[in-house]
Design a protein around this ligand. Structure first.
Ligand code: SIN
Length: 542
């Protein structure tokens, strides 16, 4: 592990805004969960019913990245499959940087959590014998992706949200933006929030806070992620003293619709799993040239291959060809993709689908152990917000929803074990106050954010180099200098300050990693280097 000296990171105060707990409206809970994707909601369902739980979410409950997941959830159920093979594939895709203990937990506990989803009533596709249908995605050696058509995330999230809404011990507050984790002597005390309607600050005190706020896809202009994915969780965790790991590893999904009216709609990897081929604009299949697994090579390999074909042909996209399947099959198996393509005049049973890679997933995040614990007592992270090492340098397809389930339940189990202690610490109001010494001044959050997103796309994208990264760092430093002393007066300004800060850390890590590994590719260091078989960790506030 390489720890980045905190002095190398931009300077930030302990909290984003000024406050005094003496004057804050407040409520008391046992557990506060930030985020309403699969990881947040499943964690809430895994917590003992005696606990008073609050879920807060930035927008409405259904706006998150999990809902958009198309492909499915990886689980070894086939008679020729096993957790050991799922482990092997995950480690292979992760390019040497996975944490084996976390991966073992992931693959060994997959089936029991899928059984729980079925008990909640998730309607996965089944074969004629009522067994869960299994498809394949990139870098899987077996068919092991369970799915609900091409809207698996939506089916799972809708079902879990219905279940959690029925629980009397769980309160859900929408349109609530988490500003910072409140801590005292490295112990979690709750969350400072602002209500997007009233605009005032509030405190939700709790001895346990679980950050399930998602990733940082919106650092890029070209992304499949929803607008809420601004990486706030990572930055507030860092300010509170948690460590961040693997930030340089940003996954680009190979096949995102390329159309003048829509270039963030995912064309699931499951389409390739069902036989679709990638072709360049001259109609030539190219993947076998790049990897023996062809179209089902690990995602980073496919994205780079597409990028290289785009450069060679001077075209901004390639094609996905599934015209060998008939219309009826495609309409049933991929209803959302079929309909969406058709709405842009693309009939996938006859036409090639224009696609290009786009940012899709953040491998890095808040460093946790295999139980979701951070170095702050009572503060946990789960799902895309967390980095427990299961993805290493490149996430294996369809391991992300699974991660939310397995580690959400693990956190629930820890809460159960420590419930008496948690109850004893509940209901206590900490005495905390902070002055950020910032000026009240406006900055154009939207314009700055767009500038940042373009910069990240061009300079910190699929292909990087020292030159592109140094240039990005210089620009980001200027942006930070412009905003760091300004008191953020609204959520857009808070998000933008967080995004600039986080982008600085992503670039710093990408500059430090002088090699190519998984999703991190540098033209000046095109090969993996054994000395970099270690994680880059931002040390947090000591
Ligand atoms: C997809 O359907 O291709 C996305 C699945 C994933 O990101 O794991």
């Amino acid at each position: 592990m390489v720890e980045v000296d905190d002095r190398d990171v931009f300077c930030s105060g302990r909290y984003l805004v000024s406050f005094d707990t003496k004057n804050l409206p407040c409520e008391f809970y046992d557990v506060v969960i930030i985020g309403s994707g699969i990881a947040g909601v499943y964690t809430a369902l895994s917590i003992p019913r005696q606990a008073k739980v609050l879920i807060i979410t930035k927008e409405t409950i259904e706006i998150n990245n999990s809902v958009l997941a198309q492909g499915g959830i990886a689980v070894s159920l086939d008679q020729h499959d096993s957790p050991a093979l799922h482990f092997k594939d995950t480690i292979y895709a992760g390019a040497g940087l996975c944490n084996e203990t976390s991966v073992k937990a992931l693959v060994n506990e997959a089936a029991e959590n899928i059984a729980t989803l079925c008990l909640y009533g998730v309607n996965f596709d089944r074969d004629e014998d009522r067994r869960l249908s299994l498809t394949r995605e990139g870098a899987h050696s077996r068919n092991r992706i369970i799915h609900t058509g091409d809207a698996t995330g939506k089916e799972v999230c809708d079902t879990l949200v219905r279940a959690v809404s029925d629980l009397e011990n769980v309160t859900i507050k929408e349109c609530t933006y988490a500003i910072d984790i409140l801590t005292e002597d490295n112990v979690c005390k709750g969350v400072l929030v602002t209500d997007t309607e009233a605009g005032e600050f509030k405190a939700y005190y709790a001895p346990v806070v679980v950050c399930a706020s998602g990733g940082y896809g919106r650092l890029y202009s070209n992304t499949t992620n929803p607008e809420v994915a601004t990486g706030d969780g990572a930055v507030m965790a860092y300010r509170a003293g948690a460590e961040l790991m693997d930030l340089e590893f940003v996954q680009f999904h190979p096949t995102v619709l390329f159309h003048p009216e829509n270039n963030n709609f995912l064309i699931s990897e499951a389409v390739r799993g069902e036989g679709a081929l990638l072709k360049n604009i001259n109609g030539e299949r190219f993947m076998p040239k790049y990897h023996h697994m062809g179209e089902l090579a690990p995602r980073d390999v496919v994205s780079r291959a597409i990028f290289s074909e785009m450069q060679k042909t001077g075209c901004k996209h390639v094609y996905l060809d599934i015209t060998h399947k008939d219309r009826e099959y495609l309409e049933n198996r991929f209803p959302t993709i079929f309909k969406t393509c058709l709405s842009y005049g693309i009939d996938m049973s006859k036409d090639y689908i224009p696609v290009a890679p786009s940012q899709h997933y953040s491998m890095g995040g808040i460093m946790t152990d295999e139980w979701g614990r951070t170095r702050i007592k009572g503060f946990y992270a789960v799902g895309e917000a967390a980095c427990n090492g299961i993805h290493g340098a490149n996430r294996l397809a369809s391991n992300s929803l699974l991660e939310g389930l397995v580690f959400g339940r693990r956190i629930g189990n820890l809460i159960k074990e420590n419930f008496e202690e948690i109850k004893n610490q509940s209901g206590i109001k900490p005495e905390l106050s902070y002055n950020n010494n910032c000026k009240d001044k406006e900055f154009d959050a939207v314009e700055l954010r767009q500038e940042l997103q373009k910069l990240m796309n061009h300079n910190v994208g699929i292909i990087r180099s020292r030159e592109s990264l140094v240039m990005a760092m210089e620009t980001i430093k200027k942006m930070w200098d412009d905003v760091c002393g300004i008191n953020p007066a609204n959520i857009a300004m808070m998000e933008t300050k967080n995004m600039i800060f986080l982008a600085g850390m992503v670039i710093k890590a990408a500059l430090m990693r002088e090699e190519s590994r998984g999703a991190h590719y540098r033209t000046d260091f095109p090969e993996p280097d054994e000395k970099w078989l270690q994680n880059i960790v931002f040390g947090g506030r000591r």
